[in-house]
Design a protein around this ligand. Structure first.
Ligand SMILES: *Cc1c(COP(=O)(O)O)cnc(C)c1O
Length: 465
């Protein structure tokens, strides 16, 4: 490893970088007052595989896939090359009235890969947007307008979402999210959603299994759907893992029950696979683990391998048909300037090529097994309440004495201390509160996993001491 970062000239350069940044940038999801004293700012000059590399040559392991977007490592040459070739060919074209082959081909391939369910017509159409939140907005608006177009009276105007769920930051997406830290201040602006209890296995009462807890949550959902019969357009959820909600995981039986309940009530099922899609939980899409198919599926984040912003909303033919009419007003008039950007589509196509060429899901199964071995000893730490895993996601829930009932006082900033400790040791963890997690790029190798496990162990020790 480079020792260049001890060179005073290079240290001064990194400091100058930080000052320039803080003079002009307002960073996302950040209390800016914490920079730079409580929260160090990591300058990143380039990326290489799972490494982020500073101006001083110092390497930091990107254990969070740069906010869950990166799949195969930074600066992956096949994706970079595909973007460059596309940029010299067609960088962007209006997608209303025009067509370009990267958008067509990507739609064909996504539909071919999408979850299927016997007895149901498959997902058949793709609508593009340019980030995850916008994709969620698209799905919500489609569900709402489908019923409006059909002329249901009284109108269906509500959505059901899950407690502790997360679907993005724009006002519509935030309305179906249930994370107080992000939501509370904007509550007066938000549309009204109905929240159903989370199937989150961590919440299971003593002696109840994850599957039993999921069944209980489904029973509660059934009551909610009865109570609001005829009012609900759609139910939106993150299948298998509520990621922003703390990497909380649930038994797939919940998704089976939800599919049945949505059918009984004529409610659309929107699967937000923005974080869990593209192999993150072990299967290409998380819905596959329950053998169910949603009516609308939102994809983003890993869709482009983490190179460019793009979202895709996959819809059934029945939903699409509900917008065909002589009236333009019945059309889905939603649009973003960069809808279906060819560069982003080219990155996504290269991403799908890599899934095939490298047999990524098989490799991930081996990596996930190694992650499980390395995580197991950490479960014994006295302040670890839970260690859980879904494929390439592992989470460590810290609490005082390792009891679920005694979370650490938020003022102790346990997660933040773990963050700074790990960063000093060359690992970028970004805990969600007091929940540490691993969600690394799929290219992570055994040495990097060893480093990750070592540093996580010492970060837990240091933060909870
Ligand atoms: C990140 C995320 C979103 C929002 O995507 P952005 O591109 O950040 O707007 C929506 N849903 C889930 C489940 C996410 O994890």
């Amino acid at each position: 490893m480079s020792t260049k970062h001890h060179d005073p000239a290079i240290l001064a350069e990194a400091d100058a970088w930080r000052s320039r940044d803080l003079a002009v940038l307002w960073h996302p999801c950040t209390q800016m007052r914490e920079h730079p004293h409580t929260l160090p700012l990591l300058p990143v000059a380039r990326g290489d595989g799972a490494w982020l590399i500073g101006p001083d040559g110092r390497r930091t392991l990107d254990a969070v896939s740069s906010w869950w977007v990166n799949l195969f490592g930074h600066a992956e040459p096949r994706i970079a090359g595909a973007i460059a070739r596309q940029a010299y060919t067609l960088e962007q074209v209006i997608l209303a009235g025009c067509s370009h082959m990267p958008a067509v081909e990507l739609a064909e391939r996504l539909l071919a890969l999408a979850p299927r369910q016997s007895g149901r017509a498959p997902l058949a159409k793709v609508f593009y947007a340019d980030n995850g939140s916008a994709g969620v907005e698209v799905a919500l608006k489609m569900a709402f307008q489908w019923f409006a177009n059909r002329g249901d009276e009284p109108r269906r105007t509500k959505f059901v979402a899950l407690e502790n769920g997360y679907h993005g930051e724009t006002v519509g997406a935030l309305s179906v999210g249930d994370i107080p830290l992000y939501r509370r201040v904007y509550a007066p602006l938000l549309m009204e959603a109905v929240f159903a209890p989370s199937p989150d296995a961590y919440l299971a009462a003593d002696g109840r299994s994850a599957a039993e807890h999921a069944e209980d949550a489904a029973d509660a959902l059934a009551r909610i759907l009865d109570e609001h019969a005829g009012e609900i357009c759609a139910l939106v959820l993150e299948p298998r893992v509520q990621c922003a909600g703390g990497m909380r995981m649930h038994d797939p039986v919940y998704l089976k029950r939800v599919r049945e309940l949505c059918d009984v009530h004529g409610v659309f099922l929107i699967a937000d696979e923005i974080a869990v899609g593209f192999g993150r939980t072990g299967t290409m899409f998380a819905c596959e683990q329950a053998g169910v198919m949603p009516d609308l599926m939102c994809l983003s984040k890993g869709l482009t391998g983490g190179f460019l912003p793009l979202a895709a909303v996959l819809a059934t033919q029945a939903i699409y048909d509900g917008f065909l009419d002589d009236s333009r007003e019945r059309a889905f008039l939603h649009s973003h300037s960069y809808t279906g950007n060819p560069l982003a589509c080219a990155a996504a196509l290269a991403t799908l090529d890599i899934f095939e060429a490298d047999d990524v899901l098989a490799r991930n199964r081996r990596t996930a097994a190694r992650m499980a071995e390395l995580a197991a000893p950490l479960a014994a730490h006295p302040h670890v309440a839970d260690v859980r895993q879904a494929g390439m996601i592992v989470a460590f829930e810290l609490s005082d004495g390792g009891r679920k009932s005694t979370p650490f006082d938020a003022a102790r900033r346990v997660g933040l201390r773990a963050y700074t400790h790990a960063l000093e040791r060359g690992v970028l963890l970004r805990p969600l509160g007091d929940i540490l997690y691993w969600m690394p790029p799929y290219c992570i190798d055994d040495d990097q996993l060893d480093l990750l496990a070592d540093v996580t162990g010492s970060a837990i020790e240091a933060a909870t001491a």
